[in-house]
Every structure is written in structure tokens, then in C-alpha cells.
Design a protein. Sequence first.
Length: 586
Amino acid sequence: EGTTQAEAGERADLSARRVRYWLAEFRKRRLAVFPDRVLEQTQTHLRPSPAESPSALPLETLFDRYGVDPAHARAVADHALALFDHLRPIHGLPPDRRDLVETAALLHNVGLQSDPDRHHTAGRDILLAHPPAGLNEHERLTVALSTYLHRKKITPQKLEKKISRAAFANLSSQARDEALALAALVRLADGLDYSQTGSSQLEEIKEREDVIEIKVTGPYATLDAARAQKKSDLWHLLFDIPLRFVTAGGNSFGPSAPDSLADNPGLQADDSMAEAARKTFSFHFQRMLYHEPGTRLGQDIEELHDMRVATRRMRAALRVFENYLDMKQMSPFIKGLRHTGRILGAVRDLDVFWEKTQSYLNTLPPERQSELEPLRAAWEAERKRTREQMLTYLDSDRYIHFRERFGKFLQKSNAGALPILSKKGEPLPNRLRHVAPLAVHQRLVALQAYDEWVTGPDVPLERLHRLRIAAKRLRYTLEYFQEVLASEAKQVIKEIKSLQDHLGDLQDAVVASNILRDFLIWGTWGSIHKKKSFPPSTPIIAPGVAAYLSARQSELEHLIETFPQIWAQFKDPEFKRLVTATMVGL
């Protein structure tokens, strides 16, 4: 309209400085500077109005008018057709949808030249206004929806938002399901030519026990397979069987599960500590990978439990072996394990909470079974949120790269080993038979040092939590070395586990009490940590939750009262003798 900057600022009630800022942003980001809702309101002319009939165009015309790269389009279409054929028992699309998959794949990038930063939206609008010739209304919407879904990461919330757009309101439930399955195939196919070289090929697709493995070959196979794995998010939202993309060189970019698991790490008394560490890490790393597909599926909560245990065992092993490893080399793997454990733990802790809550519900008469429904609703919402975060992380470049690098590192004998000679050329203790007794003894005395701290009345709960950690470290150390220890190790591990279980139940009761207290205050899962936030003026009416809180506090009181009986056996000289006996023969 010829408006000056000053006039525009006055109309928008913005300072001259803010006007200059937004002009600079617009030059850099163009239409992406505006929120989607603004573009939806102001760019309706890009889409056909309900009263207008879309103007269908032949594929060749769409290609020419919108500058579609024919080589990339053809490569994506070929991949989409191959995936359609091989994965048909799972996606269930009828054979007559094969041509539609090809059409959608050919046009997935139709909006790229029009608006590179938002080409998925531009492509959607182009195909709504000018659909490919020869398609009925549902097929036109399917192709447009597939293009709209092909670019950005897909989460359940984003998917629901996108398919609820007015443009797709006419799709029946069946047509919508078919459109989403088709879009999932196009996303995968687009990832398989991320290099835009057309060189990657699908060499083999085979179904394992819980996963479909897709082998990718070609000079850019590593790049394209990794991208396809990242773009499998929509597939994993729609179907229970996960996909794993691998390369001919053995690199894996999905839930890389070994076919079977070893019974033990294979430690020998004459192993160096660095080699013992590598074997120990490899043993638990394979378990982490083995349980990843089941963790992704989410049908058996024990899969997540076992995957999390594997990550925790590797982190704990670092404490045992750190004096014999180059921690600079180990640093990125430590960070990866820590973050993976934290992400898995957030979901697992919720599973543990509800397992114990369900046990409580099972003790109630039928007429009281619904007392915790408000709490269940809050728990389900929180678990859904944390599980989505977990799946996002497992599909992320960060996790894929961590797993790939750590796997390669563990293939090297004595990986991360420090020199076995001092600067003076003297030998340093490094054999398992020489060092294991010292490691076990150090963790034994660390546990026994808590005696005066946890004996007596009113022991702080934090001390008991720290004691549990010390017990866990002794138990894990014994388990790491169990292959080379005497048979008494099995009994010692069993006794320590009883202490761990008692203290674990105690800690779970503490955490549950805090969660239930927060629910009774806020009516939400967890407290609302905001500055100057106050409890709601309307009280939370949840007598069932209050009764459950009382039960958990009674449980907590009982566990505290009975703790001295459990701890007594660890003060007994017989326990120390038994631990010492495990090291006979080393």
C-alpha cells in the first residue's frame, strides 16, 4: 500500500526499532516469520473455496509449472512402490492404491520452489487447487495430505492438528487411515533419497521377531538410511511393528536388536581391567539393543525395564573400571548413557508407580475400584507425554549417533585402555585377578561405613536412600566379576538384593507420597513450580487419593520400623566373611 515504516509502526502499535527488527526477520525468513494461524487466515486464496472446483492438471504440467526435480521425484516414487509391495501385509492398503502411492511420491516436493522453508504447506495448497488429473475427491485429498505430512517431524498432537484441518474434513475414517498409511510410506521413501543422488537401493527387507529390517546399499546408504529411520516416526505411530534401516556395512539406524543374548560377559581372571570393562559394556549394550524394539512397541513394560537396567548397569560399571580407562575417550559415551537412562527412567518410574497403585486397588472392594480415576487420568496423560518424549529421543540423531559410535568403540579389544606402565616404566596393577578383590573390598567398606549413620531413631530418609546406592554398587561389582569369583558370590548378591528391595520400596513410598500430596493440592501430576504460584482457591476433592496417600504413608512407616532387622545381617561379621570368601582363588 506504499506505507512507510513509521506509518506501519503506528498502525501496529510498534516502535521504530521493532519495525526494523521484523523487517529484517522477514527478509531472512520470508513467510515463515508468521505463525501458521496467521497464514491460514490470510492465505485462503491459495486454496480452492468449497464452492469452487479444483482445476486438475496433468503430472507433466505440475512438474513444469512448479519446477519439480524429476530425478529425485522418480527415486522417491520407486522407493515408495518397493516399500508398498514389501510392507503390504502390515500397512494393509489395497492393491489399487499402488498407483496413488506413486503419484503422491512423485509430487511430494511440488511446493519446494514456491516456498522452500514451508514447502509442505505450499505443496498442500498447490495440490488442493490443482490436483493431478484423473483422481477422485478422496484421492486428491490423500495426495495433498501426503505432501502436507512429508516434511516436519510427526507427533500424535501434530498429526491430530494437521488432519483436523478443514481441507481434509471430507475424508471418511477409512479414507483418512489409508491416506496416513500412504503418507507414512512416502515419508520413508523421501528419507531413502535424502542425498538426492538416486543411488541408494533396497537390497533386502526381512522380518525378524519384533522388527522389520531394511538393508540399504549405495555410496550414500549411511546418510539415506539414517534419514529414513528418522522419518519413520509416522509409521511407528500407525503400526506396531517397528522398522530398522541398516547398511550393508552393518551400520544400524533403528532399534538394532541382536538375535540372541549371551548368558554372561565372558570374563577371565587374566583379562586386563580394560578388556573386562569392554566385555562388560558389550554384554549390557547388547541387552539395551535387544530390548529397544519392545520398548518402542510399549506392549510389555518389562521391555522398557530391561532396557533401562542395561543402561544403568553400564553407567555403574564406569565407576568400577574408571581408573583403568581413558575417561576422555569415554566422555561422549558417559553422556549418552546418562541421557538415555534419564529418558527411559521417566517412563519407567511412572510404570512402577502404577504397578504399586494397581496392587493397592486390587485390595479394595469392587465398589471402591473407581476411587482413583482422577489420579489415573493424570497419570495416563503424564505417561503419554513422557513416552512421546522417549520415542522422539530414540528416533533422534543424538541417540542414533551415540549408539553407532559406542557400538563401534566396543568392537576394539582393550577399548579405551590406559597405559599399563607408569611414567617410570613400572608395571601398574591391571589384571582382573589382582584388582577385583580390591574393588569388592572398597565397596564393602563403603557400605559398612553407613552403620553409625543409619543406626538409631529418626534416621533421615535421605541417608537411607544413599545407603541403597552404596548397596547397589557393591551388588553390581559382585555381579560384574561373578564369573571369576567363588560360588559364595551368589548368596552375597541375594542378600544385598534383599536390602536393595527394602530400601527401594521405601524410596518408592516416599516418591509416591509426594506425588499424591501434590495431586491433592494442585489436582495435577506434580506440583506447579511457578514464581508466586499459590494453591487453587477451590480445594481438590479426591477422598480416594487421600485414602491412598494414607496407605502409602503407613507402608513407609512400616518399612522404616522394620529396616533395623534387615540391616542387622550386614553388621554381622558373618556377612563380611562371606564377601571375603567370594575372592578365594583369585
